[in-house]
Design a protein around this ligand. Structure first.
Ligand SMILES: Cc1ncc(COP(=O)(O)O)c(C=O)c1O
Length: 364
């Protein structure tokens, strides 16, 4: 059943298909517009591949990435369009329907079954990725966490937002690799230098100084500090719990019909609050993917109550903290003030440095 063809689509077809992944810009109130992507990660997948082709990648090169998330699907779509071979190294977090979709698009999916003794599944995935790279002399590792083409991909989004909305006072979005928020904000600020950037993270993610811990939310947050995360882009950071993100996702659906994933719910919760507090200013909020992958989680009431992820009432506002380690339990917010990681947290980024080396960077 699997389509093993690696013939590329004709240029017009490829352009039209990739164009169809541009976000719909939907005003949810007089001063809040959401950018609702079918799949945001098509942007960095396409741009990183185009960049690699310009840098000399050949059509027979094997594209390889470690991912259990939406970047894997973005790469599968782009590789299919361009007739490229793709291997995704992943683990149990890649659910069966998602794996089948990747394989239907011609990707080879390697599932790592055991965690490494040190470094868990992330380490085990990378060990396997590097093993494949050693055997396959002609392979190119996308490496979304450190590849500078990831944030640059969002220049096209910034142009679309400027063309359609013009005056943007605040950009709100979740942070995983940092590519979407850092890239979009950096390009928007070429014309709008005072525009605020609000990053949305979750508890137990090290991105903005929380101690690493198990997390129930995927896509946002991280256990490592990616090179693509430029902390000086952000004016404010919000930490949102899994229950708040899941509940907000359902509220967004119930109130607007927008069928989105949990990172969209988390971003919308924060953006709606900011827009209501600043009625004369315009906010734009990035909604990274749709709800298809979350039908059995965010959209299943039984799952939500079993896991304790449903809240009868969302908090009306965040709790203000001055230090990331004080953010816990309920939606919290810190004035980051475009500071470096070191200056905002009082901790050295180098304590995480070992983890940001290419060897340890893992796509979610
Ligand atoms: C569903 C989803 N939302 C948000 C993000 C965060 O985007 P970025 O990696 O650009 O920071 C990701 C990253 O993988 C994601 O998969």
């Amino acid at each position: 059943m699997r389509d093993m063809h690696t013939t590329r689509l004709i240029d017009d077809t490829r352009s039209a298909i990739l164009e169809s992944y541009r976000p719909a810009l939907i005003p949810l109130s007089t001063n809040l517009t959401v950018a609702a992507f079918p799949l945001m990660k098509v942007y960095p997948a396409d741009y990183c591949v185009r960049r690699a082709i310009v840098d000399g990648m050949r059509s027979e090169t094997l594209v390889i990435e470690s991912s259990s998330g939406t970047l894997a699907l973005g790469l599968a779509i782009v590789s299919k369009c361009r007739g490229l071979r793709l291997t995704i190294v992943t683990d149990h977090a890649c659910d069966d329907p998602f794996r089948r979709r990747l394989e239907d698009l011609g990707a080879h999916v390697e599932i790592v079954s055991r965690p490494a003794v040190s470094g868990g599944f992330q380490r085990a995935r990378l060990d396997r990725l590097h093993e494949i790279r050693r055997k396959e002399t002609n392979a190119w590792w996308v490496n979304q966490y450190d590849n500078p083409a990831n944030p640059v991909a969002y220049s096209a989004l910034a142009a679309q937002l400027l063309d359609s909305i013009g005056k943007i006072d605040c950009l709100v979005g979740t942070v995983g690799s940092g590519g979407s928020m850092c890239g979009t904000a950096t390009y928007l600020r070429m014309l709008l230098p005072s525009m605020k950037a609000i990053g949305v993270d979750t508890f137990g993610s090290v991105l903005f100084g929380q101690p690493d811990a198990q997390r129930k939310l995927r896509g946002l947050g991280n256990s490592i500090l990616p090179a693509n995360l430029d902390h000086t882009v952000f004016d404010e950071i919000h930490w949102v719990s899994a229950a708040e993100a899941f509940t907000a996702t359902r509220r967004l659906h119930q109130e607007t019909t927008l069928f989105r994933g949990p990172t969209s719910g988390a971003a919308w919760l924060v953006a709606r609050f900011w827009a209501a507090k600043n009625p004369d200013l315009n906010a734009v909020c990035l909604l990274p993917d749709d709800g298809t992958r979350y039908r059995d989680t965010a959209y299943d009431d039984r799952y939500l109550s079993k896991e304790g992820l449903w809240l009868d009432r969302l908090p009306a506002e965040p709790r203000q903290v001055n230090n990331p380690v004080d953010a816990s339990g309920v939606w919290s917010c810190m004035n980051w003030q475009r500071r470096t990681y070191e200056s905002a947290t009082g901790k050295s980024r180098t304590s995480n440095h070992e983890q940001t080396s290419p060897e340890l960077s893992v796509a979610s």
